[in-house]
Design a protein around this ligand. Sequence first.
Ligand SMILES: NC(=O)CC[C@H](N)C(=O)O
Length: 380
Amino acid sequence: MTTSTRGATKVPAVLVLEDGRIFRGRAYGAVGVTFGEAVFSTGMTGYQETLTDPSYHRQVVVMTAPHVGNTGVNDEDPESKRIWVAGYVVRDPARVPSNWRSRRSLDDELRHQGVVGISSIDTRALTRHLRERGAMRVGIFSGNALPDEGTMLAEVRQAPEMKGADLSAEVATKEAYVVPAIGAKKFTVAAVDLGIKGMTPHRMAERGIEVHVLPATATAEDVYAVNPDGVFFSNGPGDPATADHPVSVMQAVLERGTPLFGICFGNQILGRALGFGTYKLKYGHRGINQPVQDRTTGKVEVTAHNHGFAVDAPLDQVSETPFGRAEVSHVCLNDNVVEGLQLLDRPAFSVQYHPEAAAGPHDAAYLFDRFVSLMEGQRA
Ligand SMILES: NC(=O)CC[C@H](N)C(=O)O
């Protein structure tokens, strides 16, 4: 059943960037105040997956697609149990959602979950500003009686920054749980949840893997207690420079030579475990149309991204690390950012982007098969 909606409201809203740029529009979703890091996503579709991706915790997402909410909200596409974005910015919300799976409108859902948004602003100008000046702190203020601009700006400048933020434990599961293999069980994987998206264990389960999802605080003992054939480190929010605990757990896994796969935050953790640094990108990669080259095959794939940090590793040489030789396996063709790492002497690899493709193109699904091959190789 589809409910009708008003689309943009009449309630005024203001978006205030930390550098003093201000956009005036109308309240969208919940009315109130919110702060976060302003980032933009270029995905034309997949807004439910974006909103519910735990890696967006503390980020205010600007949609470059001008018309958002057209297909409403269904119960099948969320990547977690709630919306994680700190705020939502759209040009022109759908007035009437229409889709056979739709259960409610996007603005009702945002309101229901208390997510403050803004609509009817020039999202193209905002995106160009963020591209030129970089991702920065932002506040959205909505309501009929708003503070003056100086007060709002001062509040934005007091909000915490993304650099130095340690957020995985705020989004990850508190209790371990099991996602059963679909069909015959072939392998057991321990998946360290740093902010995992629901599609990731599903992609493994489809390949006969029983996935034991463990809290971000899991120790190496917890990982080996499930007797895993492979270990996985998930995506997640925050600055990888703060992730000392998962880095040390991963080093223990590398030491034992258990097959290892990491996605996004997991790639940054592998980078750190090998001794590389990480750094903040100017405005990051977010969307479902980013070109990446797999340097091991030369093939180019179109991929889904959501990252604001990246690994600092040499692109054109094999590096000697405490765990043997490592190389950059994938690179973004837009800006040469490191998009994947692999070890040459141990069964471990990772990618900075999202092969689970929720939402997004399925070009990179082969990476889950690579993980399975590593586990098969270990048994042979
Ligand atoms: N999706 C992710 O895992 C993001 C990783 C990290 N928080 C970043 O922004 O780069």
